[in-house]
Design a protein around this ligand. Structure first.
Ligand code: NAD
Length: 476
């Protein structure tokens, strides 16, 4: 067992008052790490340290900030296999996915290191002959970042890297289920020479430290997680005058039109629905299929669901690992019970799988459900795809849009006109044509419409909008 994990405050690793266990969801008897969890006082200290560090970090030349990010990227890259292994052990995604995610974090750090060399403002013609008029982007101040467990290094990377690159200080509260990955990520910054206080990392129960962090003097809150928690935090943050960005849930449709390549569609839908055990905000959960191809598509999808190997994330043969926690298993099993009560049938899967006492759920394909069933309306966050027939293109688009969410959507067709029309008609922040609904590139805007997001987009150059504000200067 490694040393107990500690928070990182004012450039030091600091013990807290409570001890928490970080367990392996594939084998819950295995404790991956112990956490000396922070209390409210330590959370407050992290904010105080960030405020103290802000003026010097803001005034550090942007390219010098970029150099530190680049060094952190190099260190993380050298450690990617170890970090990925620990990520897989505490979160449950497969080793290949976990190492891939770590490398994604490396790439994100490098991208924002590069952004520190980009122009940071604009000049304008002035109405006055004697005035030089310009506007530049400045950091907002201290940012509170609150992140979920399902992408324990990529999501923190796409919040922390731009926040730091643009000159903000950050206090980060990672999810309780993934403290070891958080410590690995933090170490990369610490070892890269990030000045003390610029990044504070508070490991602890959200109930103990979350309220303190939110009540603290921060200028901005960037949150990714559930709608329930996000909306609550949004109200509190706004009441305190902080700027807020929320990335929340999804109920992402894949529309399969009658002219689609069905082998491709089934394979991509399966990837979107079952990889990472469906625990992605962009996972496919509603498969809306034109009636003419419903049966052949269902057959192919069922074949994938039954054929994908479930097992230990560290076993290279494993395609789908366990869910991340007992609460997740209970939640997904509850939706499947509800589906049965609503008259649905599981064409594949349909319940947990008994492997080493882990929190495994079988990849599941549901049929025979109406649009009002909870499993069709609400975010399940598990490897569950519900098949829904459509009578026409228009019917399929209506079904795709019949949700409070609007994160990602996929369409499968050989007709380019239809594909482009779908891209216009569907209300989602991300649209994929002949590709799974999950899977993002790092240099383009990411976020959703309707209940899926609030505030400006993340990733790529779009991140600048949230982490900076304009200053307009008139020089006479
Ligand atoms: P969650 O809302 O339970 O927790 C998210 C974070 O908020 C965690 O760090 C948690 O500790 C913290 N938190 C909880 N209560 C808090 C409080 N009162 N004060 C301060 N912090 C608090 O979500 P989760 O279970 O970790 O993640 C799953 C959810 O995240 C899903 O709904 C999923 O769709 C969503 N998600 C969205 C995106 C996106 O980009 N849209 C990406 C990944 C995950």
């Amino acid at each position: 067992m490694p040393e107990p994990l500690r928070s990182y405050v004012a450039g030091e690793w600091r013990a807290g008052t409570a001890t928490l266990e970080d367990v392996n969801p594939a084998r819950p008897s295995e404790v991956v790490a112990e956490v000396q969890a922070a209390d409210a006082a330590l959370a407050e200290e992290a904010i105080t340290a960030a405020r103290a560090a802000f003026p010097a970090w803001r005034d550090t030349p942007a390219p010098a900030r970029g150099e530190i990010l680049r060094r952190a990227a190099d260190l993380l890259e050298a450690r990617a296999e170890d970090v990925g292994r620990d990520l897989a052990r505490e979160e449950g995604k497969t080793l290949a996915e976990a190492i891939g995610e770590t490398r994604r974090a490396v790439a994100i750090l490098r991208y924002y290191a590069g952004q520190t060399l980009e122009p940071d403002g604009e000049t304008y013609p002035s109405a006055s002959r004697s005035t030089f008029l310009y506007a530049r982007r400045e950091p907002v101040g201290v940012v509170l970042a609150i992140t979920p467990w399902n992408f324990p290094i990529a999501i923190p990377a796409w919040k922390l890297a731009p926040a730091l690159a643009y000159g903000n200080c950050v206090v980060w509260k990672p999810a309780e289920l993934v403290p070891l990955t958080a410590v690995h990520f933090t170490r990369a910054f610490a070892d890269a020479g990030l000045p003390a206080g610029v990044l504070g990392v508070v490991l602890g129960r959200s109930g103990d430290v979350g309220a303190t962090l939110l009540a603290g003097p921060v200028e901005a809150v960037t949150f990714t997680g559930s709608n329930e928690v996000g909306r609550r935090l949004q109200l509190e943050a706004i009441a305190r005058g902080a700027k807020v960005q929320l990335e929340l849930g999804g109920k992402n449709p894949a529309v399969v039109l009658a002219d689609a390549d069905l082998d491709l569609a089934a394979e991509q839908v399966a990837r979107g629905a079952f990889l990472s055990a469906g625990q992605k905000c962009t996972a496919t959960s509603r498969v809306i299929v034109e009636r003419a191809v419903l049966e052949p598509l269902a057959e192919r999808l069922v074949e994938h669901a039954r054929g994908w190997r479930l097992g230990d994330p560290l076993d290279p043969r494993t395609v789908v690992g366990p869910l991340a926690s007992p609460a997740q298993l209970e939640r997904v099993a509850g939706y499947l019970d509800g589906a049965r009560r609503d008259g649905g049938t599981a064409l594949a899967g349909g319940g947990p799988a008994a492997i080493d006492g882990g929190y495994y759920m079988q990849p599941t394909v549901l049929a025979g459900l109406g649009p009002e069933s909870a499993v069709v309306r609400e975010e399940v966050f598990g490897p569950v795809a519900a098949l829904l027939p459509a009578d026409s293109y228009a019917d399929a688009v209506d079904a795709a849009n019949d949700t409070p969410f609007g994160l990602s959507a996929a369409v499968f067709t050989r007709d380019l006109g239809r594909a482009l029309r779908f891209a216009k008609d569907v209300r989602a922040g991300v649209v994929k044509v002949n590709q799974e609904s999950a899977g993002l590139e790092l240099h383009v805007p990411f976020g959703g419409t309707k209940a899926s997001s609030s505030g400006s987009r993340e990733q790529g150059k779009a991140a600048r909008e949230f982490f900076t504000e304009w200053k307009t200067v008139y020089v006479d």
